[in-house]
Structures are given as C-alpha cells and as structure tokens.
Design a binder for this molecule. Structure first.
Ligand code: NAD
Ligand code: DAU
Length: 331
C-alpha cells in the first residue's frame, strides 16, 4: 500500500509513521507536512531512511493532487491544533483545517483514493461535570472554540463529499492524546518540561476541567483498524476510558517527578474553557474489535516523563519561546 500521511511530522502523525514503519513493512509512507512551528523533521529522524518527507502546504492544490494521485490511501492528520493559539489568532486554523481539508477532499475525489480523516472529540462541545453521560457518534455537533469549529467544519465537508461524490472516507473523533513527541505547548508536556527546567507548573483556573486521556499509540492502532476494516462513510469515536480532572493529572505528574503535589501556580483560565470531554468508544470496540493497550495511566505518564527527560535535545530549544508566549497571556 502507498500511504500518504498529512501532518506526519507532528505529534500523532509522527508516532503513526513510526509504528507503521515498525509494524507494516508492506506500506510505503509519504509524509506531507508544512513543518509549521508544530512539526519537526527531528520527530521523523528515527525513520528518515524508511519514508519520503515532502515539505509542503495542504493549500498547495497542485502538490496535494500530485501526491494523492501517487497514493492508494490518505491518513489526514495535518491541522492547526492548539486551542489557546486559535483563541489568539484563528486565521491559520481556517486555512489549514478547513481549506486544507477541502484541498485533500478534492484530490481524493478526482483520483478515487481512500481517505481517513482524523478529527477530535471537541467537535461535540463539552459535557457537564459529574453526570454519567458521554459523547457518541450521534451526539450533535456543538463546537465551542475557533479550533473545534474548524475541525467540525472539516468533518462536515468530509461527510458531504461522501454523500455527494461517493468519496471513500471514514472519520475518527478521538479524545486527548499523550505520549512522546507532543509539542510542549500542550498540558502534559508543558508541565513535565516546566519541572525539568526549574519552572513551576501552570494550572488554568481551579483545574476541575476533565479530559479523557488516551496514549497516542492506542489512538494510532485505532486509526489503522479503521483504515483496514472501517465502513465507508462512518464516524468512529476513539477513547480509552481515561477521564481525569486537570488538577489530578498535574498532581500525578508532580508525584511521579518526586515533587510536592502542591508545588504549582494557578493561572488565568482559558476563555470559553470546555468543562469535560468523555468518549463512548463502544462501536469501535464491538464492531472492529479494537481495544487500547495502555490502560494504566500512571504507567503511561511515567514513560512519557522518562521520554522528555531523555530527549531534552528535542524540546529544549523551544522552551523559552513557548513560555514567553504564555507569560504574555498571563498563563
Ligand atoms: P500537531 O499540532 O502536533 O501536528 C500537526 C502537524 O500538521 C504539524 O506537523 C504541522 O506542521 C502540520 N500542518 C499544520 N498545518 C498544515 C498545513 N496547512 N499543511 C501541511 N501540514 C500542516 O497535532 P497533533 O496533536 O499531532 O494532531 C494531529 C491531528 O489529530 C489533528 O487533526 C488534530 O485535530 C487531531 N487530534 C488531536 C488530538 C490531541 O490530543 N493532540 C486528539 C484528537 C484529535
Ligand atoms: O480532546 C482532543 C483535543 O485535545 C485535541 O483536539 C486538541 O488538538 C488537543 O490540543 C487537546 O485539546 P485540549 O485543549 O484539551 O488540550 P490542552 O493540552 O491544551 O489542555 C488540556 C487541559 O489542560 C485543558 O483543560 C486546559 C488545561 N491546561 C492547559 C495548559 C496548556 C492547563 O491547565 N494548563 C496549561 O498550561
């Protein structure tokens, strides 16, 4: 199989490329990535000799058309992904997430190529705290942030291209990922690298907001399961029953790093901060037989901390700039 992976130099995409090279020698991988601030060649260094990396933008229609024409399938991960950045400057989110997905859809339509579109649970908005209710495939879309609104828009384009043009596409909406190679702007790696650089971790508001954590390897095994056996036109929700509030996650990180669990700062809360995400992944498990492997969160967090400790070369050059950006916003 010739597989085009968009966004393969970002967090989830790079992990996807690593596991594909490791586990699927029959797949030849081409990565298309604009290498924005969030993507890095270094994340693909361990597989550099096994793949082709094309630096380019989704909005470059001719380039996308050419690469899609050479492929049997596309795994579409590329997007602008950080909610705080979207609140500060939404324009790049419109370009990459909406126009970028349109460009991919037009190319797969013209060439009859299979598409898997990677999306997020944030398209469903948020859930109340403390109620036993979770997102399912039929939960109405209700995005809260400029980021989630652009991801929801992209999902709707994919659905329309399936119905109107018979494009062979599937969609997955996954919960919060953690693991190696995640950009240090995101919650878990930001706190780990704060501690490693002698800074105090930063918690938005009271830390009561709940996220449903899944290890990136489990997200990616689900994406492969859908590519292999998913029903065209279907949406699958991916989650690993990993609900935790932010304060508990932060305290666990502090504890695993031998710090006082109260050694952190409360900072300005995120505007419009979603309260709780929770995924019901029953359909994926029952119909496609998928199950997560990383079911012990403390264990997964411990190995993620070890990865950041051992790979300072990968993140240290970014740290000052990321923290200066947060400081400007009082976070
Ligand atoms: P990331 O920000 O780490 O990486 C995104 C990658 O896309 C980067 O390499 C970047 O250079 C590339 N990119 C951005 N705009 C581009 C463009 N216009 N053209 C080409 N490349 C471009 O993101 P991530 O966390 O790895 O997320 C990957 C996908 O998974 C996204 O679609 C995101 O919405 C989705 N998702 C993420 C999570 C999560 O917890 N991180 C959860 C569910 C779904
Ligand atoms: O649910 C899936 C989504 O998860 C993905 O679609 C997004 O691309 C991904 O970034 C993530 O979104 P979140 O906004 O949930 O992730 P983030 O890591 O930014 O924040 C997680 C929680 O931690 C959130 O409630 C805000 C809080 N937070 C975040 C940062 C960066 C803090 O308390 N302190 C921080 O420093």
């Amino acid at each position: 199989m010739r597989l085009l992976v968009t966004g393969g130099a970002g967090f989830i995409g790079a992990n996807f490329v690593h596991s594909t090279v490791r586990e699927r020698p029959d797949v030849s991988v081409t990565v298309l990535d604009a290498l924005t601030y969030a993507g890095s060649r270094e994340s693909l260094a361990p597989v550099a000799d096994d793949i082709r990396l094309v630096e380019g933008d989704l909005a470059d229609e001719q380039l996308v058309e050419r690469l899609v024409a050479e492929s049997d399938a596309v795994a579409h991960f590329a997007a602008e992904t950080h909610v705080d950045n979207a609140l500060a400057d939404p324009a790049p989110f419109l370009r990459s997430n909406v126009i970028g997905t349109f460009s991919v859809l037009e190319a797969v339509r013209r060439h009859g190529v299979r598409l898997h579109h990677v999306s997020t649970d944030e398209v469903y908005g948020d859930l109340p705290l403390g109620e036993d209710v979770r997102f399912t495939e039929s939960t109405p879309y209700n995005p809260s942030s400029p980021y989630s609104a652009t991801k929801a828009s992209a999902d709707l384009l994919v659905r329309a291209w399936v119905r109107s043009y018979g494009v062979r596409a599937t969609i997955s909406n996954c919960s919060n990922n953690y693991g190696p190679y995640q950009h240090i702007e995101k919650f878990i790696p930001r706190q780990i690298t704060n501690i490693l650089t002698g800074r105090r971790p930063k918690l938005y508001g009271a830390g009561a907001n709940v996220r449903d954590w899944i290890h990136v390897e489990d997200h990616n095994s689900a994406v492969w399961r859908i590519l292999d056996g998913g029903e065209i036109g279907r949406t699958y929700l991916i989650g690993a029953d990993g609900e935790r509030d932010n304060l508990s996650v932060l305290r666990m990180i502090l504890q695993l790093m031998d710090r006082d669990p109260d050694d952190f700062d409360h900072v300005t809360d995120r505007a419009g901060h979603d309260l709780r995400y929770a995924i019901d992944s029953g359909a994926l498990r029952d119909e496609l037989g998928w199950a997560p492997k990383h079911t012990d969160f403390a264990d997964g967090l411990g190995s993620t901390i070890a990865w950041y400790r051992d790979n300072e070369w990968w993140w240290a050059p970014l740290k000052e700039r990321v923290e200066a950006g947060y400081a400007k916003r009082g976070q």
